[in-house]
Design a protein around this ligand. Structure first.
Ligand SMILES: C[S@@+](CC[C@H](N)C(=O)[O-])C[C@H]1O[C@@H](n2cnc3c(N)ncnc32)[C@H](O)[C@@H]1O
Ligand SMILES: Nc1nc2[nH]cc(C(=O)O)c2c(=O)[nH]1
Ligand code: SF4
Ligand SMILES: [Mg+2]
Length: 202
């Protein structure tokens, strides 16, 4: 199978429990919850996306894409597969090829599509108005606040960590204060800041 890749870059994981960890980001093109076109944002299922995932380059096979990831990352052997929605393209062949080059493989997913097995770190970020197919994993990272996706809706799921990530946009500071308040009164939830935006790295 071929893959359409928006970008590959070397940075630090900015979010979640693994924040601060050097990582190669493999960002796939395309998402099932938004076309990526601004004209469609207000009618999309997911309307707050902070990412350009439109277009990109085709890679015909898993091994070639895994080697491209390695070439970008220097000595780093941790890859965060994201998008767009990476569950639409990530398959067992690519997970195997990345493992074969010594990578631990993490994913950032909206949780609406089944994932291949063998992933080393699964971060699910649920979106209001969708049905979760991925109901277990390592961290559940809810963008907050979201009408129709309350923290309590997810607490019964099988995740090791539960995080609230303030919704970025013009109201980010107010969303951050609200997320802090929720964590203080519901201590199984932790705050996830988008630290790469604070320090100005990709
Ligand atoms: C761009 S998404 C790509 C992966 C996948 N489609 C998903 O939604 O999880 C990467 C992460 O950024 C989060 N995110 C997107 N827009 C955001 C925003 N405006 N504020 C805070 N987090 C945001 C998502 O919830 C997800 O955890
Ligand atoms: N530094 C950095 N960390 C991230 N963690 C998740 C990201 C994403 O867009 O999926 C992301 C990103 O875009 N940059
Ligand atoms: S599901 Fe993820 S990639 Fe898709 S629009 Fe929402 S935040 Fe962006
Ligand atoms: Mg991002």
């Amino acid at each position: 199978m071929s893959y359409t890749v928006r970008e590959i870059f070397h940075s630090l994981q900015g979010e979640g429990v693994q924040a601060g960890r050097p990582a190669v980001f493999l960002r796939f093109a395309g998402c099932n919850l938004w076309s990526g076109r601004e004209a469609d944002r207000e009618t999309a299922t997911c309307r707050f996306c902070d990412t350009d995932f439109v277009g990109g380059e085709k890679y015909p096979d898993a091994q070639g894409l895994a080697e491209a990831v390695k070439a970008v990352g220097g000595a780093t052997r941790y890859v965060v597969v994201t998008g767009g929605e990476p569950g639409l393209q990530l398959d067992g062949a690519l997970v195997e090829a990345l493992h074969g080059l010594g990578f631990e493989v993490a994913i950032e997913t909206n949780g609406t599509v089944e994932l291949p097995s063998g992933l080393d770190w699964v971060c699910v970020s649920p979106k209001a108005g969708t049905t979760l197919k991925v109901t277990r994993g390592d961290e559940l990272k809810l963008v907050f606040p979201q009408a129709g996706a309350m923290p309590g809706d997810f607490e019964h799921l099988d995740f090791a960590y539960f995080l609230l990530q303030p919704m970025d946009g013009p109201e980010r500071d107010a969303h951050t204060r609200a997320a802090i308040g929720h964590c203080l009164t519901h201590p199984r939830w932790r705050l996830s800041l988008q630290t790469h935006k604070i320090v100005g790295i990709p």
